[in-house]
Design a binder for this molecule. Structure first.
Ligand code: PGA
Length: 252
């Protein structure tokens, strides 16, 4: 069975003190949960601090992005090795905000994905359509393209290490969640694509998270869906109460 995974994407939020308070509360409230993988993805500036706090806890650490080169003159960038060095086991790749504001493409996603896998980081790769694309009936085409190009030339062994996050762009930060049926429909499609490119067994093993306005009120309906294996949570991961409650509901 696929173990569900809940990851908190803090985006560009939290100073050191705020982050310490939040993660201490998570540690206190979530320490005995075993049926769910828990990850927090703070901004780069906080990774070191948080890494020390969550040592020997059941909370994993992830970066929100990386650069594909190992090292060099790339001002402002952070490598997979640096994330690993500071205690990360995960990294978000290709979030729609990075695609929209920082020019990321399926090609750069593919390069970042390889760099992450090389350092044995678990990539959380985000895919999903815009509202316009959905309304034009292009959701499946877009998602398929993102899979084919983004995961290009990945071996079976490599793809098994990847977590896919389906995040319809129109549901991110808008309060407008996809219905469980809408989300499940695309999750099932994604699994089918993986089955076609690789095989059925791999498709049945790969974990696919849903993301986009996930909150306490909708997590249970979402997680009940057969092909939804967890969530990538933005806004609701910034407060201990809501993130704890989401994780607990999934753990049950
Ligand atoms: P949201 O963000 O939960 O605030 O919609 C999700 C995400 O962007 O990963």
């Amino acid at each position: 069975m696929r173990k569900p995974i809940i990851a908190g994407n803090w985006k560009m939020h939290k100073t050191t003190l705020e982050a310490i308070n939040l993660v201490n509360a998570l540690k206190r409230e979530l320490y005995n949960l075993e049926n769910v993988d828990i990850v927090v993805c703070p901004p780069f500036t906080l990774l070191n601090e948080i890494s020390e706090i969550i040592q020997e806890s059941n909370i994993g650490l992830g970066g929100q992005d990386l650069f594909w080169e190992g090292e060099g003159a790339f001002t402002g960038e952070v490598s997979a090795k640096m994330l690993k060095d500071v205690g990360c086991s995960y990294v978000i790749i290709g979030h729609s905000e990075r695609r929209k504001y920082f020019g990321e493409t399926d090609e750069t996603v593919n390069k970042k994905l390889r760099a992450a896998l090389k350092e044995e980081l678990i990539p959380i790769v985000c895919i999903g359509e815009s509202l316009e694309q959905r309304e034009e009936g292009k959701t499946f085409d877009i998602v398929k393209e993102q899979i084919v190009q983004g995961f290009k030339d990945l071996s079976a062994e490599e793809i098994l290490k990847v977590i896919i996050a389906y995040e319809p762009i129109w549901a991110i930060g808008t309060g407008r969640t996809a219905t469980p049926e809408q989300a499940e429909e695309v999750h099932r499609f994604i699994r089918q694509q993986i089955s076609e490119i690789y095989n059925e067994e791999i498709a049945s093993l790969i974990r696919i998270q849903y993301g986009g306005s996930v909150k306490v009120e909708n997590i249970e309906e979402l997680i009940k869906q057969e092909d939804i294996d967890g969530a990538l949570v933005g806004g609701a991961s910034l407060e201990a109460d809501s993130f704890v409650e989401i994780v607990k509901r999934v753990n049950q």
